[in-house]
Design a protein around this ligand. Structure first.
Ligand code: UN1
Length: 512
């Protein structure tokens, strides 16, 4: 593609060289140190983004702190009105922004638009929430006393986001954090900086038009170092981080050592159990989308199928047919189902995993490999593959961010659930069954140990209305819907004495 013909970049006011540090409407000038953003679509350079310097970072945090003092006093519904307008801006720009997500990250165009739709949905959710930041009231044990709890904003929230959902996961965090009264500093993945610059430019106008102070909505760009600044900085009340378990452990340790708060959304190793009582058409469709959608680069991607022995061969046959029909190629072409991996390093990890799987005894039902040729310029396209494995294989315990699906066989549900839970990660899980007993067992306390457990739906594509996140090495955090907003607020318990005496709690007597 030729840069000058790519209208969506112009519509998003992106240039070949872009500043990368902003406190809202104000941007730091373009500096020498830059990140190059290459599209995995064909390997070409889309543009560059200036890296935030430490000095600029310090200035951003100071602005964010100062802005918090004003922003926290805005009534929450008024903050919600700002988020409503952000939602409107995103609606108007869904076409070019979704296209950019697809072009810079490599997911299919439909998924790029779907991701922007998720942003719009969370805006709507946050607007409603801005009038529902409820606390409880309690009955005091003392006469003439009232007790209640209320939620206050935390302060400055740092958001570290991953390349695979370059805009949606930031929006889950920031829209909630804003209606709750916090100011945000976003550190996007260095693999998708243009998506972040585009979002910041789109929404900064809304803040400005509404006279919101500079520093409520901040952007910093850079690699690991910028993430470390946030994690180590006492002034950052909450660090919300999405990415690998390795990254999350480093962030968690740094934040914990200063007794800050962290919200972690890390790796998954998600399985679908396909029961002997499953609707196999639904099961295979759910498995296929879960395994190859976003080229296997969702944290909710289906990585394991645990199949009852009675339907194992049938499922194998259906999968083989389904994989044979997959169209791999340019994600901007709506005819394609699967785009490229994010970069060549990811291709290498995919190839390593296949080799490791073979070495451990895995048998490939659908062979993998890097795709070559004119339609696969840039070297990031791979063949989604399927292997028959044992749960004990080391590689099956790991999350490989690529479209590799492992098949496992089971005899009874207890065994299936044991296999499903026998990995270090605990994000998403599903059972395909029409049998009520099996479904309820899977959802019970003796069932799936994941943060998400579905029946007759695959592991990916969670709606924004539920709390999103998982257990064990997934990090334990919950974002997005339900009461995840409480992560962005501090709880205060208040007791008010309106009597004429001071009765002490627990009946204690004291005289002065
Ligand atoms: C992620 O991969 O980090 O459930 C988020 C899903 C999407 C979000 C995935 N709604 O697949």
């Amino acid at each position: 593609q030729n840069w000058s013909t790519m209208d969506f970049l112009k519509k998003l006011r992106l240039k070949k060289e872009n500043p990368g540090t902003s406190t809202g409407a104000e941007w730091q000038p373009y500096s020498k140190k830059t990140i190059d953003s290459y599209t995995p679509v064909d390997g070409s350079l889309i543009g560059t983004v200036a890296v935030t310097t430490e000095k600029e970072y310090q200035a951003v945090v100071e602005k964010a702190q100062a802005a918090f003092l004003a922003w926290r006093q805005w009534p929450a519904p008024r903050r919600g009105e700002i988020v409503r307008q952000i939602g409107e801006t995103l609606r108007k720009n869904k076409e070019p922004l979704g296209r950019l997500v697809s072009y810079e990250m490599g997911k299919s165009l439909q998924e790029g638009w779907g991701e922007v739709q998720e942003m719009i949905d969370i805006c709507d959710f946050a607007v409603g929430l801005s009038r529902q930041l409820y606390g409880l009231t309690m009955h005091s044990e003392r006469a003439g006393h009232r007790m209640y709890e209320q939620y206050h904003p935390l302060g400055v929230v740092g958001i570290i986001s991953a390349f695979n959902f370059p805009v949606a996961v930031w929006s889950w965090n920031s829209m909630l954090a804003w209606v709750c009264g916090n100011t945000c500093i976003w550190k996007p993945s260095e693999k998708t900086p243009l998506c972040a610059v585009a979002c910041q430019q789109l929404i900064a106008g809304v803040f400005k038009e509404n006279n919101v102070p500079e520093g409520v909505c901040n952007l910093i760009t850079g690699g690991r170092e910028a993430g470390e600044w946030l994690a180590q900085d006492e002034r950052i009340a909450l660090v919300s981080a999405t990415g690998s378990t390795r990254m999350g452990k480093a962030v968690a340790a740094a934040v914990a050592s200063r007794l800050g708060r962290s919200l972690l959304e890390l790796g998954g190793n998600n399985a679908i159990i396909i029961s002997g009582d499953a609707d196999l058409d639904i099961a295979v469709l759910g498995a296929l989308f879960g395994a190859v959608g976003t080229a296997g680069q969702r944290c909710t991607t289906t990585r394991r199928l645990i199949i009852h022995e009675s339907v194992y061969d049938k499922v194998k046959k259906k999968l083989k047919q389904a994989y044979a029909q997959l169209k791999i190629g340019d994600p901007l072409d709506p005819a394609n189902h699967v785009g490229p991996l994010i970069d060549k390093a990811a291709v290498q990890l995919y190839l390593n995993a296949i080799a490791a799987c073979k070495k451990e005894g895995g048998r490939f039902l659908v062979e993998g490999g890097q795709l070559q040729g004119n339609a696969y310029k840039g070297g990031c396209y791979v063949q989604p593959c399927v292997a028959e494995v044992q749960s004990s294989f080391k590689i099956v315990q790991e999350e490989t961010f690529a479209p590799i699906l492992y098949l496992l066989k089971y005899k009874n549900l207890e065994e299936a659930i044991r296999i499903q839970n026998a990995v270090p990660q605990g994000l998403s899980s599903a059972i395909m069954t029409l049998n009520l007993r099996e479904a309820e067992w899977f959802l019970s306390s003796a069932g799936s140990d994941c943060g998400i457990a579905n029946v007759n739906i695959g592991t990916s594509g969670a709606e924004i209305g539920g709390a999103f996140g998982g257990e064990k090495q997934t990090g334990g955090g919950r974002e997005s819907g339900s009461d995840a907003w409480k992560n962005y607020m501090r709880r205060q318990t208040n007791t008010i004495n309106y009597s004429t005496t001071l009765p002490l709690a627990q009946g204690i007597q004291f005289t002065v």
